[in-house]
Design a protein around this ligand. Structure first.
Ligand SMILES: [Cu+2]
Length: 161
């Protein structure tokens, strides 16, 4: 094989190998195939990200998250616990508040109206029977909001037209 062709062949083989390796790692991160029940699934994981900086500067807390080995869905009850792939939802608690709400989609958690200062947002991964599987605490510091500039009370000159 002439040298350039061999290089191309090696590059092509490398590309195929890399694509296969990438597909493998992407598949590991993504959800398992839903077509067959999995005999054993690794433990469910919740991964949270720091609040988005831009909205936080305006006092809007947006917490993105993702899960591994569990799908967030509004499905409840003991019969759903053993479903494969695993299902669940997230319990959200703000500042050790006595109440918790259930977040049942993979959309980000969005909080508006928190007082300026430090807050503790607890996100807990729960199975369909509400058993807590794992939890992550996101610490959020809501900045002091500048009061909106009072509009000056200027009297314009009336149109002379
Ligand atoms: Cu629950």
């Amino acid at each position: 094989m002439p040298l350039p062709l061999r290089h191309i062949a090696v590059a092509a083989a490398g590309a195929i190998f890399c694509a296969a390796a990438w597909a493998q790692s992407a598949a590991d991160i993504a959800r398992p195939a839903a077509v067959i029940p999995l005999e054993s699934e690794p433990a469910a994981k919740l991964i949270t990200y720091p609040p988005l900086a831009g909205p936080l500067a305006r006092g809007v807390v947006i917490i993105q998250f993702r899960t591994e080995n569990l799908r967030i869905m509004p499905v409840f009850g003991s019969a759903a616990v053993d479903v494969s792939p695993h299902l669940g939802h997230i319990h959200v608690t703000v500042d050790d508040w006595h109440g918790t709400w259930a977040h049942t989609s993979e959309d980000p958690v969005i909080l508006v109206g928190l007082e300026p200062g430090k807050h503790k947002i607890l996100l807990e991964l729960a199975d369909p029977s509400h058993k807590i599987l794992s939890g992550e605490t996101v610490i959020v510091t809501v900045p002091e909001q500048k009061a909106p500039k009072a509009k000056s009370h200027e009297h314009g000159q009336p149109d002379q037209g």
